[in-house]
Design a protein around this ligand. Structure first.
Ligand SMILES: Nc1nc2c(ncn2[C@@H]2O[C@H](COP(=O)(O)OP(=O)(O)OP(=O)(O)O)[C@@H](O)[C@H]2O)c(=O)[nH]1
Ligand SMILES: [Mg+2]
Length: 329
């Protein structure tokens, strides 16, 4: 599996400790020695995982190593209960698998889950009882209370098989990796010679709370289905995407033939690839005289969305992001 397709992150999670019970005695006017009135400690916060379907990767978790739920607060006089500690709620994308780091045991599998489904992994510690509970005929003024129960700490690994939403297909050097680099957190190699990209790269585009995963694959040339260039084995990595972006270099002489050539290769590899949603990206719009090329592209593809972009002059990128968003699941 190429790098980046399995998202994995190792973290430590801890539930909160319970708050301590309180030792306290009533103080009232005219009552010289009040009875015990120390309240109980609050519960420690739980560790909860929750599915969020707008997430596609674990990158929002990977930036931190340790996560803690809050501790419960101590009890107070007048039998006042301490505040419960706030739960730690970790949002994960559907498909996330949670393992124990030491034993490798699968603790939970979120593969079937829908938005908002949650799983409580670690319970917070119970709060200790206040001295009020320990009064008895023999013990009228107990000077002790219980400690809160400690929280639990576990090392876990989160795993996710990331499936891209949109795959980039195009001839070598059309600018696939440049676009991925421009729009996402990925950092693929970019160079002015063909077949710079040898294994697929994934990148995540975040637009207002939503994540769209883009897949940059090696260049496809005529005859690739018969093994020319790098062949087409890498197309398996875009077999499950929602949509394909056909990238066409506006500065290239025979740019209108590119699309047909790409389609032939895709069909040879797997006809089902042609059932996917499609759209056309004209690249390198900053080059001279690409205006005409763009118009020709629009005329040819009036049934698919067409967007002309340039990484250098930064045109068309916002429009493209919106299109990606609308094409993703
Ligand atoms: N003028 C211009 N050049 C661009 C633009 N985008 C990419 N390039 C250049 O095109 C060349 C190829 O870019 P890449 O992003 O490596 O192309 P690729 O499609 O990933 O190529 P392969 O991985 O070899 O298939 C590089 O020299 C880029 O700097 C653009 O918007 N305008
Ligand atoms: Mg590339």
């Amino acid at each position: 599996m190429p790098q980046g397709f399995v998202d994995e992150t190792s973290i430590e999670v801890s539930s909160g400790s319970g708050g301590a019970g309180c030792v306290s005695f009533r103080r009232e006017k005219y009552v010289p020695k009040g009875g015990p009135d120390g309240g109980d400690g609050g519960m420690g916060g739980n560790v909860i995982f929750q599915v969020k379907t707008n997430l596609k990767t674990l990158s929002h978790i990977a930036s931190k190593r340790k996560f803690h739920a809050r501790n419960g607060e101590g009890g107070k006089g007048r039998r006042m209960h301490g505040k419960n500690g706030e739960d730690l709620i970790l949002d994960v994308p559907p498909g996330t698998l949670i393992r124990d780091r030491e034993t490798d045991e699968i603790l939970h599998d979120f593969s079937e889950n829908i938005d908002g489904d949650s799983w409580t992994f670690l319970k917070g510690g119970k709060g200790g009882l206040g001295n009020w509970h320990f009064r008895s005929a023999r013990q009228q003024a107990p000077r002790f209370a219980q400690d809160g129960e400690p929280g639990q700490t576990v090392q876990i690994v989160l795993e996710l098989n990331v499936i891209a939403d949109i795959g980039f297909v195009g001839f070598p050097s059309v600018g696939k990796s440049s676009l991925l680099k421009e729009l996402t957190n990925a950092n693929p190699e970019v160079a002015p010679y063909p077949f710079t990209t040898k294994i697929p790269n994934l990148g995540m585009l975040r637009i207002s709370e939503k994540e769209v995963v883009l897949a940059d694959i090696p260049g496809i040339i005529e005859g690739a289905s018969h093994g020319v260039g790098l062949g087409l084995d890498f197309l398996k990595h875009i077999a499950r995407t929602e949509a394909l972006a056909f990238m066409i270099d506006l500065g290239e002489e025979n740019f209108l033939d590119t699309y047909d050539k790409l389609l032939i290769e895709l069909e040879q590899y797997q006809p089902a690839l042609l059932d996917k949603k499609r759209f056309i990206i004209g690249t390198k719009k900053d080059m001279d005289e690409t205006g005409e090329a763009e118009a020709a592209l629009r005329a040819r593809f009036n049934d698919y969305p067409v967007i002309a972009v340039s990484i250098f002059s930064r045109v068309g990128l916002d429009e493209l992001k919106q299109l990606f968003l609308s094409m993703a699941k």
